[in-house]
Design a protein around this ligand. Structure first.
Ligand SMILES: Nc1ncnc2c1ncn2[C@@H]1O[C@H](COP(=O)(O)OP(=O)(O)OP(=O)(O)O)[C@@H](O)[C@H]1O
Ligand SMILES: [Mg+2]
Length: 568
């Protein structure tokens, strides 16, 4: 009998994995799980890249997507943008090298990890074995150069292998990529690619997307705003967010000649005075050369940061979408009866990373999602304008919204309310829970801000629904008037033994005017709408159209409102 060898054969068994090899084994970590989700993630990666690239160059994004079905669960995707393009020498690094990119700076962008589009090429190759085809048109001095390339990913070496290349004649800059995928599925479901585009447009009303779906139907998502978002600035790390290891890395890479100048030039809110305070506290000589910094010194300095008070980080690195733009996006896509939006002031989490929460609430019209022919409420989660479609359960946004007592805002059946809630977190460093970037870590400060923003919107919706219900009640009473007046006139005419006067026209005018005044606009006569409203809002309206206040739901008693006051 052959004796099996026990123990490790180091020569044979010890291996090194490239990032591409790692993700080939763990594609779920890039978000590629399930047929529908995998395709949505591909859309997500390519769209976010196109937006980032266009905005960095001050271009209003215009994207053309075509998805063709070749066979069951086998598609060919063509994605074209009008961004600045990619210089030829970088094309294969962009699409075939993992952890390579231009967004590892402390700057607000949709991309953060240098994984997105190489992940798409990897998935394409793993499922079809087909190469990627890219056309890139980019500026070279005053000239626009174009190149058409066909390449594969060399997974073992985390790089690309060029198969074909030719010059390409082009008039405008941009990138067009064509990839094939198998074992993926196009779906109109909430987590499908189409819904992803729809949500993208709400957070990016300055973009235009044309999408041809597998049935050949062409959708044009028009621009609702013509302004390229202001380009965020790169911000220096805040001392409260810096670790000893970060400080050592800064010391290694700095051009400064002293600890003191290194600290003031590499971190925000760090003045000479603060460095002197740290020197006094730690006894460290701040005139030493950064390359001599020891880990113990770094630890002592960071320990000191933790005890000190610093001004909050500068916030010019954060550019929110803005209330007005969110409103435009929501109106364009959801055509709601009522919409309200809010952008909160910048604050920080984890001691020193600043973020902004903005939110929007749309009610009625096409707000909410249709389930079994009924409109239900929906939550749209976003981070740096990008829709987060998956892993909702663990996300800070879900946690915050779940913790709100909606009944206090008059919504007795939130699930069955035709309502869309939009929440976007803006940060130079969104604390994603995984490389798939689909959910945000529930940091207490983030959860708190989302709650505050949403409660303000909920209160405005409550006011709207109350006013609407009161108007409906008044309209009902006017109708009673309309029904009875003719009877009274006719009976009076009989009693007086006179003819019935011509009253219809005058009466119609009077009631119409009265109603228009009450409702502020055109009058409609929809009974079912009123019933639905009853099911949604909790307030009772008395015979004068006034809201009967329920003591338990009095807004003044809200714990949340007290929190808010403290907050402000
Ligand atoms: N359409 C494009 N136009 C111009 N440059 C692009 C385009 N797509 C990608 N790039 C460049 O390629 C880099 C790599 O993109 P990739 O999606 O892999 O990573 P990322 O966007 O930096 O981060 P993340 O993994 O979080 O998406 C980007 O940082 C950007 O510099
Ligand atoms: Mg990306």
């Amino acid at each position: 009998m052959v004796q099996q060898e026990i123990g490790l054969d180091w020569e044979e068994d010890f291996q090194r994995l490239t990032p591409s090899q790692f993700f080939r084994k763990n594609k779920q970590m890039l978000g590629f799980t399930g047929k529908i989700r995998s395709l949505t993630i591909v859309f997500h990666e390519l769209i976010t890249n196109s937006f980032d690239a266009a905005e960095e160059s001050g271009i209003l994004p215009d994207i053309d997507i075509e998805l063709k079905r070749i066979d069951k669960e086998h598609y060919i995707l063509r994605h074209k943008d009008n961004g600045p393009g990619i210089p030829e020498e970088y094309v294969m690094q962009v699409y075939c090298m993992m952890f390579a990119g231009s967004k590892f700076r402390n700057i607000q962008s949709r991309g953060q990890q240098g994984l997105g589009c190489s992940g798409c090429v990897l998935l394409s190759q793993m499922t079809t074995g087909k190469p990627a085809r890219v056309i890139s048109c980019y500026k070279d001095g005053d000239e626009i150069k174009g190149v058409k390339m066909k390449f594969q990913m060399d997974v073992e070496n985390n790089r690309g292998i060029l198969m074909e290349r030719e010059d390409y004649e082009c008039g405008e800059t941009g990138v067009c990529i064509e990839l094939q995928f198998k074992d993926v599925s196009y779906s109109l479901a909430e987590q499908g690619a189409f819904e992803y585009i729809r949500r993208t447009m709400i957070g990016n009303p300055h973009a235009r997307i044309t999408f041809r779906d597998p049935s050949g139907h062409k959708y044009i998502f028009k621009r609702a705003a013509n302004i390229v978002p202001v380009q965020p600035k790169e911000v220096l790390p805040h001392p409260k967010g810096v670790s000893a290891d970060d400080l050592m890395t800064m010391a290694k890479n700095t051009d400064s000649r002293r600890y003191k100048s290194m600290m003031t030039s590499s971190m925000s809110r760090m003045s000479n005075k603060r460095v002197d305070e740290i020197a006094a506290e730690t006894g460290i000589d701040m005139n030493k050369r950064p390359k001599d910094m020891t880990f113990q010194e770094a630890e002592a300095i960071v320990h000191c940061f933790k005890k000190m008070k610093f001004m909050a980080p500068p916030t010019d690195g954060l550019i929110p979408i803005g209330s007005e733009q969110i409103e435009k996006g929501m109106k364009q896509i959801l055509k709601p009866e009522f919409v309200t939006t809010i952008t909160r002031k910048p604050v920080t989490y984890a001691g020193g990373v600043s973020f902004i929460i903005e939110a929007g609430l749309a009610y009625g019209g096409e707000a909410g999602r249709i389930v079994n022919e009924q409109r239900k409420s929906e939550i749209m989660r976003f981070a740096n304008r990008v829709p987060l479609t998956f892993d909702a359960g663990s996300c800070a946004i879900t946690e915050a919204l779940k913790s709100i007592d909606w009944k206090r805002y008059g919504l007795k059946d939130l699930d069955n309310t035709p309502l869309t809630l939009f929440v976007n977190i803006i940060s130079t460093q969104v604390p994603y829970l995984s490389t798939g970037k689909q959910s945000v870590s529930p940091e207490p400060e983030i959860v708190h801000e989302i709650r505050q923003a949403t409660m303000k919107l909920a209160r405005k919706l409550q006011k709207h629904l109350r006013a609407k219900k009161a108007a409906k009640e008044k309209e009902k009473r006017s109708k009673v008037f309309e029904e009875y007046v003719p009877v009274i006139i006719e009976e009076a005419a009989k009693l007086g033994e006179t003819g019935v006067p011509e009253y219809q026209e005058v009466l119609a005018k009077v009631t119409k005017r009265a109603l228009a005044e009450l409702l502020g606009e055109k009058v409609d006569d929809d009974e079912t709408e009123e019933e639905e409203l009853d099911a949604i809002i909790m307030e009772e309206v008395d015979e004068h159209g006034r809201v009967v206040e329920d003591n338990n739901s009095s807004l003044d008693n809200f714990k949340e409102d007290e929190e808010e006051e403290l907050d402000e």
